[in-house]
Design a protein around this ligand. Structure first.
Ligand code: NAP
Ligand code: ZN
Ligand code: ZN
Length: 348
């Protein structure tokens, strides 16, 4: 099926219109008319080939929400008219030990991401949500609670699960002091989730203008991370720090704030290596870890949690043709707090 999309033709050219082809739904496939697609900083890293693995043309977008327009003959979970969503994953081997334990993002055969992965159906690469429709196996399609505003729920598919998963795994909750570094798309969801899980939540930001928002979003305290004195007041006191920063920054400044056996978990993915002083980990004993999105079952759990607690993202709705300008604003940390593309604008 001929499908209107927006694509990056190369690492250095702006995104523009491109017509792509989507497969006809197979028996276990769901066809979704995309209504909204969130704009993740990973889209920008990928478009500009900052991680060195991009093939072009690239249709980004992995915070995809829309309406089911067709289902294959064996589809059981979805019917035409349902609100459905697709996140960062569209397939995996489904049999390896990771897949068997619901960690499809760590599939040993290689997870199939929504964009830029080998597409076994087309023989090319997968195309993401900056497009008018997507066809996805129902096993990788998510249900969205009806009480959530669809545009504001779209970014839950990446920013939501990427913060929810590590906060749950590392036990953010009552009696725990949890730091969130960076108030962007991921960070603002980290603050909301840490607060909803009952943790004492501290936001670290470089932006003076985000202090009031940090508190409104659920932070008990906001620390200006470039103020060494303000940072020192928290030395050795955190159970967990979740780092969402997309660019070079000093990890050691945060490691020093962890208590004995505390954990710093990196989800932000700056392209360059970030130096770590080993002594920050030795004394006292501390953990440094990473986390990547979340599996399909946990993504559904997160969406249901959001439905129950009325949690969505704070968004700024944009038209498709504003995407290049939105990337520039994202680079200036000027997003409150996630851009979401109104896909209707792609159709004119
Ligand atoms: P974003 O909306 O641009 O937010 C990033 C935030 O980091 C900014 O708002 C800013 O917060 C802070 N920041 C930016 N540059 C900084 C610098 N030089 N020094 C200190 N702080 C800085 O990006 P996002 O969409 O949340 O994504 C964040 C990162 O996570 C990206 O690298 C993305 O690729 C990665 N990511 C990883 C996963 C995963 O599974 N691990 C999933 C999605 C995204 P303040 O203004 O508050 O300082
Ligand atoms: Zn993302
Ligand atoms: Zn697998």
């Amino acid at each position: 099926m001929s499908t209107r999309a927006y694509a990056a033709p190369s690492a250095t050219s702006p995104l523009g219109p491109l017509t792509i082809s989507r497969r006809e739904p197979l028996p276990t496939d769901v066809e979704i008319e995309i209504l909204y697609c969130g704009v993740c900083h990973s889209d920008l890293h990928y478009v500009r080939n900052e991680w060195g693995m991009t093939t072009y043309p690239l249709v980004p977008g992995h915070e995809i929400l829309g309406r089911v327009t067709r289902v294959g003959s064996e589809v059981r979970k979805f019917k035409v008219g349902d609100t459905a969503a697709v996140g960062c994953l569209v397939d995996s081997c489904r049999t390896c030990s990771s897949c068997a334990s619901g960690l499809e993002q760590f599939c040993v055969q290689g997870p199939i991401f929504s964009y830029g992965s080998p597409d076994k159906h087309s023989g090319g690469t997968t195309h993401g949500g900056y497009s008018e429709r997507i066809v996805c196996d129902e096993a990788f399609t998510l249900s969205v609670p009806g009480n959530l505003d669809p545009a504001s729920a779209a970014p839950l598919l990446c920013a939501g699960i990427t913060t929810y998963s590590p906060l749950r795994k590392w036990g953010a909750g009552k009696g725990k002091k949890v730091g969130i570094v960076g108030l962007g798309g991921l960070g603002h969801m980290g603050v909301k989730f840490a607060h909803a899980l009952g943790a004492h939540t501290v936001l670290f930001t470089t932006s003076h203008g985000k202090v009031a928002d940090g508190k409104r979003l659920g932070a008990d305290e906001v620390v200006m991370s470039r103020d060494a004195e303000a940072m020192a007041k928290h030395a050795g006191s955190f159970d967990m720090i979740l780092d969402t920063v997309s660019a070079d920054h000093d990890l050691n400044a945060y490691l020093a704030l962890l208590k004995l056996d505390g954990s710093m978990v990196l989800v932000g993915a700056p392209p360059a290596p970030q130096p770590v002083s080993v002594f920050s980990l030795l004394m006292p004993r501390r953990n440094l870890a990473g986390s990547l999105i979340g599996g399909i079952a946990e993504t559904q759990e997160m969406l249901d949690f959001c439905g129950k607690h009325d949690i969505v993202c704070d968004i700024e709705l944009i038209r498709m043709e504003q995407i290049n300008e939105a990337y520039e604003r994202m680079l200036k940390s000027d997003v409150k707090y996630r851009f979401v593309i109104d896909i209707a604008s792609l159709k004119g």
